[in-house]
Design a protein around this ligand. Sequence first.
Ligand code: GAR
Length: 188
Amino acid sequence: MKKIALFASGNGSNVQRIATFFKTNPDVEIPLVLTNNPGAGVLQRAKNLGLNTLVFSKDDFYHSQKIIDILNREGIDLVVLAGFLWLIPATMIAAFPNKIINIHPALLPKYGGKGMYGHHVHEAVIANKEKKSGITIHYVNEKYDDGQIIFQSSFDLAAEETPQSLAEKIHLQEYEHFPKVIEKLLKN
Ligand code: GAR
């Protein structure tokens, strides 16, 4: 049995997709969905899916061992950041070496770093008249969007692309690839 913990800060559609993907897989369990945001849509989605949730504070995350202890107690094999916006503290990276992955809605190393999330990324991609965008799944290190790249997929932007239409295309790519990449990592 492999166990994954899902971290999200907002809507949580990737969390829903991942949970649905693994629902029929007896070898993968999701003991916990964690969020820093008590108003995040992910909480309702997780509830609808019957998943346990935990809301944590800045103090819990940056000035205590609480989250690390919980992940250890649950026997988590892989930590998955699915739309999670806080920087991961060095203590947590040291506790889970090469076991924390993130999804980013652009082709890193471009359009990453602090403040580059969600619509900010798509607006910048369009403003710069990029011909392509896509998704990146990568290991997490102490910097935003900087760890070793595991997977990328890309597509051509349409002439009339808007941040909204781009976000939709990115989400479809995320839904298709993220669960499969997680599944593959869990088999290694
Ligand atoms: C996703 O597109 C994800 O790639 C992005 O936030 C969105 C969350 O959507 N993550 C980042 O921008 C991280 N820098 P969701 O809440 O519907 O899954």
